[in-house]
Each structure stands twice: as C-alpha cells, then as structure tokens.
Ligand binder design. Structure first.
Ligand code: FAD
Length: 322
C-alpha cells in the first residue's frame, strides 16, 4: 500500500477547481484502500470538467484512466502511469447532475456519470420512478455502474438504460444507444479494451416506469438492510469473482474451506466469502496471491474456474501492468 506524500498540485488553465495532483496515492481513491500512486490525478465533479481534464491530458500527451468510486478496482502497488480522472460527486451535490422529463407512463432521467449510484436509487424511489431501487446501498457512481453493467436483486444497469454519452481522449463527444454498449453480466464494450482507455462516460439516460413511491421506498430500505446484514463493511471491493453459471462463487469458496483464509493483510470475509477485506495493511500483491490461491483450490476441488469480477489496473510489482 502506498504511503507516498502527494506532491503540490497544478491547476488546469481556465478551470480553477481542476487541481491536478502529482504522485497521488490511489489507496485514497479506492474502497479497498489499496494502490500505489498515480503520476497525476484530478477530481472532476461534472462531465464538463472531465472533458477539460481529457483535453489537458491530450495536450500533455498523457494516457488517461477514468474511475468513479473506485469500488470495483484493484490498483497495483506500483500505481498508475499518466492521469487518473476521478469522476464522482458526493450525494449532497448530486442534485445538479440530474434532469427529468415526464413521458407519461415513464420518466426519462438524464444523469451525469458522477452521481452516486445509491443516491440515484433513492432519488428515483422517492419520486415513484421504478427501476433503480437495486442501486440503493451500492457504492460507486453511475459512470462506473454503466461501464460494469452493475446489478443486484435481479436488475442490472442495462435494464433501464436508454442512451450513453462518452468523451474520447481528444475531446470528441459521442452518443450511443444501449445496443452499442453491448452489456452482458458485469461487462460492456467499454471494458473490451485494456486500461488506460482514455474514454469517459459523461452522461446516461434512463427510462423509468412510474411506480408507487411508498412501495419503492420500502424496497430501497429492504435492499439497504439486506446489504447491511449480509456484506462486510470497511475496506473491500464487493464480489471478487463473478458467479459461475448456476452457482455462487461465495459458496464454492466457503465449501473449499477458504472463508477467513488470509494472505498478509487481506482475507476472505467471514460475513461474505466472495468479498476480500483489507485489515489496513494489505497490498495488491497479496490480493492477487489470495485470488490465485482460491482459483487453484476451487478448480482442483470442483473443476470450476473462477473469473474475477474486480478489475486489476495499473502496475503491479514485478509484472507489467496496464
Ligand atoms: C461493498 C460493495 C458491494 C458491492 N456490491 C455490488 C453489487 O451488488 N453488484 C455489482 O454489480 N457491483 C457491486 N460492487 C462493485 C461496485 O460497487 C460496482 O460495480 C460499481 O457500480 C462500480 O462503480 P464505481 O464508480 O466504483 O466504478 P470504479 O470501480 O471506479 O470503476 C469501474 C470501471 O468503470 C470505469 N469507469 C468508472 N467511471 C467511469 C467513467 N465516468 N467513464 C469511463 N469509465 C469509467 C473504470 O475505469 C473501471 O473500468 C460492490 C462493491 C462494494 C465495495
């Protein structure tokens, strides 16, 4: 885990609020609290700011990685080369990042990538717009949820997504329909290429059927309560592995006797066996070692190859990172 001091910042010309930090520890930007320093990092709380940061990086000839809440990422101990754009905004400021159009039986909601997924879930439930309740209690932002096609409780991001807008590294803007995104289980075409991708999701449009606000609020509370009961809190990144067809990765890990199995400062959680928790001293190398061990044991015991849901990015000690 990096404890590198962040160096003084540089301001992107014309954008006083866009301060580019150099040598910025990614352990501060990820829910696992793991990851070495990015050469440069900038927080961009609005799509226009992301576009400005992309253009600055283009002028500086820097590769760009865009992240949201950092809740599905394993950043290597040697950090990330180039610029990391952190596209997220706290819930209390997210009201400026949504606009709605009443279409009669449904609502078209335009949401910036920075809006927290859980906040959007609550916002929609409170107004009686169905389809985003599943996001309540999940960490991360709408942009990351779109790239990952995140989902829970039987619904995925793709189910109510109508359009996605993206910005390329040279500042070119594109608008695409859902089919272009080609969403599948925890994957979209935006994940086809390796990092650094230099592409930013800026806005998404959702089509949400009208529902009963009281029932939707109750659903949201149930989802939040379920997470509280069944998932660890603290330094983790959600499900380590995707569920293999017809089974659950957590069940296989538990049956293989790996619940609470540790490598250094990281271990499979006792609350949810598919979650790896960091005691605060863990490193990315230790997470990779724990993952490889579980894959070997589960393959050997059950003949099932577990695939990672978390995404390793950046440079890993002794290996060539992205
Ligand atoms: C406790 C816990 C529970 C979780 N439960 C679930 C669950 O039930 N279901 C589920 O699907 N996931 C779950 N996750 C994983 C994660 O929260 C989701 O996948 C979330 O939607 C990721 O969003 P993020 O903003 O954190 O993305 P990040 O982790 O920051 O990034 C994910 C990917 O998206 C890219 N990205 C992010 N923002 C942008 C952008 N604006 N433009 C371009 N690329 C971008 C990144 O480069 C990366 O490839 C859980 C995680 C935790 C910690």
């Amino acid at each position: 885990m990096s404890r590198t001091a962040t160096a003084p910042s540089v301001q992107i010309p014309g954008h006083p609020d866009l301060k580019v930090l150099s040598n910025a520890p990614m352990s501060n930007m990820t829910t696992w609290r793991i990851g070495g320093p990015a050469d440069f990092a900038v927080r961009a709380g609005h799509p226009d700011k992301v576009i400005a940061a992309l253009q600055w990086a283009h002028d500086q000839n820097l590769p760009v990685t865009v992240i949201g809440g950092g809740s599905n990422l394993l950043v290597g101990d040697d950090g990330i080369r180039g610029l990391v754009i952190i596209a997220r905004t706290p819930g209390e400021r997210a009201g400026q990042l949504v606009s709605a159009e009443d279409l009669g039986a449904e609502t078209r909601l335009r949401v910036a990538a920075q809006a927290p997924l859980s906040w959007v879930g609550r916002y929609c439930c409170d107004r009686g717009w169905a389809g985003m309740d599943w996001g309540v209690g999940l960490p991360g932002a709408i942009g990351g949820a779109t790239v990952n096609n995140a989902g829970a409780h039987g619904t995925e991001m793709k189910d109510h997504l109508d359009r996605v807008e993206i910005a390329r590294s040279d500042g070119t803007l594109e608008s695409h329909d859902r089919a272009w995104l080609n969403p599948t289980y925890r994957h979209t075409r935006l994940k086809d290429s390796s990092q650094p991708r230099g592409v930013a999701v800026t806005w998404v449009e959702l089509l949400l059927p009208k529902g009963d606000p009281a029932r939707l609020k109750q659903l949201a509370d149930e989802h939040a309560g379920y997470r509280h009961r069944t998932q660890p809190t603290g330094r983790c990144a959600g499900s380590t592995f995707t569920n293999p067809p017809g089974d659950f990765a957590g069940r296989l890990i538990e049956e293989a006797g790996l619940k609470d199995f540790a490598v250094g400062g990281v271990r499979f959680s006792t609350v949810h066996s598919n979650f790896i928790v960091n005691d605060g001293s863990g490193t990315a190398e230790q997470v990779l070692e724990l993952i490889a061990h579980a894959q070997d044991v589960v393959l050997d015991r059950f003949g099932v190859r577990l695939e990672t849901e978390i995404e390793p990015i950046g440079a890993f000690t002794g290996r060539r990172g992205t």
